[in-house]
Design a binder for this molecule. Structure first.
Ligand code: C5P
Length: 218
């Protein structure tokens, strides 16, 4: 039987990671964080210190990268050439570089096949920016999470203290702009996605809405 797919897209801090993990756990499905792949490319670019504006140099780097996604229930590890980079990709610098690189068509093309290959094997909850629009346009269920910028910045600040709140908010606004205005696969809800504004909702309430929708249709 064809594996089932749930897509959960949205901007940074919209709650999609926590919600996606909980939904995956409740269903016993695999959880896949596609942002980690863009972060993995950013880490590779940084480590190799290449000029990513040079298309040839960027393509060679992309060709040399070898990612392995290890999905274990509701968590996901990312290996690059066998090395665990799961924690190394969670810095403000890598977040911003991932957003810059994600606008490059070559980067998106390199990651597209990898994301679809995972879906061939198992029922999965995929979180990202273009899951419902580009990567899995035929997904079984599509959700798009929103929240206002201040709420999202505060959530991220609490999760990863160390960066001042106003900087977290500025970085988020910049990433939102990059991600929404890029020409290839911009951040936007699919026409058939259910939009949930999580600004005033608890995580449990968002998960309940999603599970309700799924349980009503299965
Ligand atoms: O989700 P996360 O914040 O980890 O993603 C990091 C960056 O990767 C995003 O700001 C976005 O630019 C990019 N991304 C993307 N498409 C996805 C997932 C992430 O462009 N499906």
């Amino acid at each position: 039987m064809k594996p089932k797919i749930i897509t959960i897209d949205g901007p940074a801090g919209s709650g999609k990671t926590t919600v996606s993990k909980l939904v995956a756990r409740q269903l016993g499905w695999v959880y896949v964080d596609t942002g980690a792949l863009y972060r993995g490319v950013a880490l590779g670019v940084k480590a190799a210190n290449i000029d990513y504006e040079n298309p040839g140099a960027l393509q060679s780097l992309l060709d040399s990268l070898s990612f392995t996604i290890v999905t274990q229930g509701k968590s996901m590890q990312l290996l690059s050439s066998g090395c665990d980079i799961t924690d190394k990709i969670r810095t403000p610098e890598i977040s911003m570089l991932a957003s810059t690189l994600s606008a490059k068509p070559g980067v998106r093309a390199a990651l597209l096949g990898m994301q679809r290959a995972i879906a061939v094997e198992k029922n999965a909850v995929f979180e990202g920016r273009d899951m419902g629009t580009v990567v899995f346009p035929d997904a079984d269920y599509k959700f798009f999470l929103l929240a206002d910028l201040k709420t999202r910045a505060m959530r991220r600040f609490k999760e990863t203290p160390g960066q001042p709140l106003d900087e977290v908010e500025q970085d988020m606004a910049k990433r939102d702009k990059n991600d929404s205005e890029r020409e290839v696969a911009p951040l936007k809800p699919a026409d058939d996605a259910i939009i949930i504004d999580s600004t005033a909702l608890t995580i449990e309430a968002v998960v309940a809405r999603i599970m309700n929708k799924i349980n009503h249709e299965t």
